[in-house]
Design a protein around this ligand. Structure first.
Ligand code: ATP
Ligand code: MG
Ligand code: MG
Length: 578
């Protein structure tokens, strides 16, 4: 059992249970199926499902599907998969606001009959203009005082398809001078001749979210309806609807702050633009902060849940450091991933004394490293994880190997601890101590090959008479497997990171222009890497630590043993202290 969490939502729930106001907690997570869920939704999911579980209650998954033109079944399916992947179960069947359309319609009729709603035949523009502004009362519609009979007749006509889209709306009759604009006779039903992914062509009028939401909560018996702060101004209408229809056990809405992370978009609308403009390969591009993207990137459900616990739940908006998310993801990977060696920027190393040195292997006394020599390859047997029982891997060590280009510098910067002409010796991870005897360059001065030798006595043993500092990873040039390895940086730059050179091509709308300007041109680097053969056998979705590089996942879509593809999950080092 984790320690008891304490935030204002949990305090309210605890109190409501203690006083007997509620016997059981029932929450809901109410996404609109008009896109894929993102990291912001993860916060809401962890809160809604999390509190339900903690207090022995339940959480419904309800699709707020009142806007058929923006919604589709693919998004419904994607959202269900995402919630399950995060590790949560909804109570009973999936719910749909559209499942309540008959009841919502009956309640709209009830409001008309009570004199609490009227059909307005003004145009949408007129309605908007006549709402007034903050310091100016609205102008009542000429239809505001129509009789109940007139309103009923018009509402039935709306339902029967006698009005075109925008030809009529049903409005709550509240107060055209109310200081809260949401209370100035908000629209609760509109005409929309559109096919719906759940109800097909049964309806040509659809309720507005602000009307459907509180009533869906009431139908399901939701006790605590948790939403983000921008809905605070909608709460008076939420309560108005609940009060006018009349419920014995009314649901209550509570607001918490949205999650915002630097470098990260948490708006479905903008994420959709990214997809549409081709800035990413899709909703599940590993650079996307969508659940689908983060899953493909290799983030773990445990990591995401841990992150949400760390950020907590408050009423004040803030910006979370993305490194906090990486911290949680990294922590979840530390004790669960096998190790492997992959050279991302291969530099060839020819070992001139390989045959003689390895021939000595059989004569080595008590070698600490288990290995088998087959006449050509020395197969080094190593655990997949230094401490956990994950089995063994067989690493081929051969006459020609690759090391990373960045591990040899002709003129090393100060403090450089790897290979250079001045520091020619280094330990090859899991293998011998290597000494660079010579380096070859091309016409441009680029180092293209190292000629080296190994110290035959150093397999699993320290070299005699000297200290060798530093360990580097390597892969056999003849038995390693070519692989595509993708490294990532932020998809977006922060305002202060945008330089004059950031391209802003013609952007059709404000969102696209903003996105173009903030796109990081270096968000994706594709390396033609070479990996140890056991890594190529990875199953799609399997995660590893590539030693001295990063955590990686075998790509869910493109990886195969014949053409391995790995995505960088997160670096090994941490610059963040929680
Ligand atoms: P977006 O603004 O990205 O389109 P939304 O609020 O329209 O998101 P919905 O699918 O309607 O998305 O939201 C489902 C639930 O997730 C809502 O209760 C909403 O408050 C919550 N939610 C959305 N974004 C965030 C966020 N950034 N942080 C916390 N909760 C969020
Ligand atoms: Mg919404
Ligand atoms: Mg929104």
């Amino acid at each position: 059992q984790s320690t008891e969490k304490n935030d204002f939502i949990r305090s309210i729930i605890r109190e409501d249970l203690a006083t007997g106001k509620h016997e059981q907690v029932l929450t809901r997570f109410p996404p609109e199926p008009n896109g894929f869920l993102h990291i912001g939704h993860v916060k809401s999911i962890c809160l809604n499902f999390g509190v339900a579980a903690e207090f022995g209650g339940a959480c419904n998954l309800r699709f707020d599907d009142t806007n058929p033109t923006a919604e589709k079944q693919d998004f419904v399916d994607g959202i269900k998969q995402d919630v399950q992947w995060l590790g949560f179960d909804w109570a009973g069947q999936v719910r749909y606001a559209s499942g309540y359309f008959d009841q919502l319609y009956a309640w709209a009729v009830q409001l008309i009959e009570q004199g609490d709603a009227y059909v307005d035949l003004q145009s949408i523009d007129e309605i908007r203009t006549n709402r007034g502004s903050f310091n100016q009362a609205g102008t009542p519609s000429p239809y505001r005082d129509s009789s109940i009979e007139e309103n009923l007749a018009r509402f039935f006509d709306m339902k029967d398809g006698k009005y075109a889209d925008g030809g009529a709306v049903l409005r709550a009759k509240i107060d055209m001078a109310h200081p809260n604009m949401n209370m100035r006779d908000p629209v609760i039903y509109r005409v929309m001749h559109a096919h719906h992914h759940q109800t097909a062509d049964a309806w040509c009028i659809y309720p507005m979210y602000d009307f459907a939401h509180p009533l869906s909560d009431a139908i399901e018996g939701i006790t605590h309806s948790l939403c983000t702060l921008e809905f605070e101004d909608h709460r008076p209408f939420y309560d108005w609807v609940i009060d006018k229809i009349g419920f014995e056990r009314p649901p209550r809405q509570y607001e918490f702050s949205r999650l915002n992370i630097d470098h990260t978009l948490t708006s479905k609308r903008k994420l959709k633009r990214l997809v549409e403009m081709g800035a990413v390969s899709g909703w599940d591009d590993p650079r996307m902060p969508t659940i689908a993207g983060m899953r493909r990137r290799g983030y773990t459900p445990e990591g995401l849940r841990d992150f949400c616990e760390r950020i907590g739940v408050t009423k004040s908006d803030g910006l979370v450091d993305y490194r906090m998310l990486e911290f949680s993801v990294r922590k979840s990977l530390e004790d669960s991933t096998a190790r492997g060696m992959a050279v991302l920027r291969p530099l060839k190393v020819s070992i001139t004394n390989f045959d003689e040195a390895v021939a000595q292997f059989a004569q080595l006394k008590n070698p600490k490293t288990v290995a088998e020599f087959d006449g050509e390859v020395l197969w080094l047997v190593q655990p997949k994880h230094p401490t956990l029982p994950m089995g063994e891997r067989r690493i081929p060590f051969t006459k020609t190997i690759y090391i990373d280009k960045t591990d040899f510098e002709v003129t090393p910067p100060e403090g450089y601890k790897r290979l250079s002409p001045e520091n020619p010796e280094i330990r090859l991870r899991n293998s011998y101590v290597l000494k660079v005897d010579e380096y070859k360059t091309d016409e441009s001065g680029q180092v293209v090959e190292l000629i080296a030798s190994i110290d035959e006595k150093t397999l699993g043993n320290n070299p005699e008479g000297r200290k060798v500092k530093g360990v580097i990873h390597w892969v056999s040039a003849t038995h390693g497997v070519p692989a595509q390895v993708r490294l990532y940086e932020h998809l977006l730059l922060k305002d202060d990171e945008i330089t004059d050179t950031t391209a802003v091509p013609d952007a059709a709308d404000a969102d696209s222009a903003w996105i173009y300007q903030h796109l990081n041109p270096n968000s994706l680097t594709v390396c033609q890497a070479v990996i140890e053969p056991d890594l190529a056998k990875a199953k799609s979705g399997e995660r590893f630590q590539f030693e001295r590089e990063s955590y990686f996942i075998a790509d869910a879509v493109e990886h195969s043993e014949a053409t391995p593809v790995f995505n960088q999950i997160v670096g090994l080092k941490d610059s963040f202290k929680p």
